[in-house]
Design a protein around this ligand. Structure first.
Ligand code: NAD
Ligand code: TYD
Length: 360
């Protein structure tokens, strides 16, 4: 079977979850690309992780090319209206519940948004005339946990071990099934842990930066020797857009950051960067704030990605090192105190309630 590259001349791209961390960075990135002239429709439910202020300036700068709709990807009526009204011809699907710790405490929304939401989006995409591409954003966590050796490839069998990764694995299977069964044009990417601007401070890196700035304790789970591969978010955005332009229909691509580090290494680095950039406060070094706390149940020991497929076929590799990426990230949080305060005080939630009221 000859597989043609899908044309990337998308006119109306539906981005789901665009007010979250990676979605915000992706929309900002795409609006700057010379080879994208279309319109972005950002559908976001604005859960605790979604902040419409992240993109408020785009509505002013690009009134015809950027549209925000508050709504739930799992709601059939909302999807029907958006697909029809905006003549959607491609989807880039970020919307998800994304935090492992929350999934352990209360998995319900993970099932609804990550599985049912993806299903409804696939169903609606299938009905759309002239639909070009459904790109699904997924995670390396679907592959489970590695020992000291080895890497996840696109062929690694799925072995999710917590409710978050199980819900993402289910959504990946559904996306592939819609391709194989109904011929829906799809691509999938599975990436490692992202970090960078606009990340909600429940994840390791922004939590450590914000707590470190306030001299609050820095909770490190277990022995701190769990290993993650860290991917700077702009490198990820670049890879996603490349896949959407040149990735082959039906294919999956792994995306990694060549930055495998123990958690304790990352936390030490952040302490040292904060000490250098803002200076020490009452304590000689922020490393003194580190507290080893009770471990996460079912904690995956190590993730590591073999991204040679995207490197060899689409000529992508990460540009940021962990040192350059962490410095940029620390600087962003220091320079964006308004954003930090809004998130910390929950002020953006009050604003959302006043402006949007009830969900559609
Ligand atoms: P995030 O939690 O920061 O943002 C998720 C966004 O989705 C929020 O804006 C939220 O309001 C929105 N949302 C949640 N439920 C929704 C619903 N039912 N309908 C519409 N919108 C809804 O997440 P993120 O870190 O930006 O992750 C984006 C995607 O990337 C997710 O699919 C996640 O699984 C995947 N991913 C993330 C990472 C990472 O390190 N952050 C790594 C691998 C994969
Ligand atoms: P996290 O940022 O929650 O991402 P994920 O669970 O998707 O990998 O966690 C990254 C690593 O950091 C993970 O091994 C758990 C650990 N961690 C801590 O040690 N302390 C913390 O406060 C948090 C949030 C995470």
């Amino acid at each position: 079977m000859v597989r043609l590259q899908t044309s990337f001349d998308y006119h109306n791209l539906l981005v789901t979850g665009g007010c979250g961390f990676i979605g915000t960075n992706f929309i900002r990135y795409l609006m700057e690309q010379q080879d994208f002239g279309g319109r972005i429709i950002n559908l976001d439910k604005l859960t605790y992780a979604g902040n419409p202020h992240n993109l408020a300036d785009l509505s002013v700068q690009f009134p015809k090319r950027y549209v925000f709709v508050r709504g739930d990807v799992a709601e059939v009526k909302v999807l029907a209206r958006i697909f029809e009204e905006y003549e959607i011809d491609a989807v880039c699907h970020f919307a998800a519940e994304s935090h492992v710790d929350r999934s352990i405490k209360k998995p319900d929304e993970f099932i609804r948004t990550n599985i049912v939401g993806t299903f409804q989006l696939l169903e609606r995409s299938l009905k759309q005339k002239n639909f070009r591409r459904f790109h699904h954003i997924s995670t390396d966590e679907v592959f489970g946990s590695l020992g000291q050796e080895g890497y996840f490839t696109e062929e690694t069998p799925y072995h999710p071990r917590n409710p978050y990764s199980a819900s993402k694995a289910s959504s990946d299977h559904l996306v592939r099934a819609y391709h194989h069964t109904y011929g829906l044009p799809i691509t999938i990417s599975n990436c490692s842990n992202n970090y960078g601007p606009f990340q909600f401070p429940e994840k390791l890196i922004p939590l450590m930066i914000l707590n470190g700035l306030e001299d609050k304790p820095l909770p490190v789970y277990g022995d701190g020797k769990y290993i993650r591969d860290w991917l700077y978010v702009t490198d990820h955005c670049h890879a996603i857009w490349l896949i959407m332009k040149q990735g082959l229909d039906g294919e999956t691509y792994n995306i990694g950051g060549t930055s495998e580090k123990e958690n304790i290494y990352i936390v030490h680095k952040i302490c040292d960067l904060l000490d250098q950039v803002v200076g020490s406060t009452t304590i000689p070094s922020r490393r003194a704030l580190i507290r080893f706390v009770e471990d996460r149940p079912g904690h995956d020991r190590r993730y590591a990605i073999d991204f040679s497929k995207i490197e060899n076929t689409l000529n992508w590799s990460p540009q940021e090192s962990i040192d350059s990426g962490l410095l940029k990230t620390v600087q962003w949080y220091i320079q964006n105190q308004d954003w930090v305060n809004q998130v910390r005080t929950g002020e953006y939630r009050t604003w959302i309630d006043q402006h949007y009221g009830q969900l559609e």
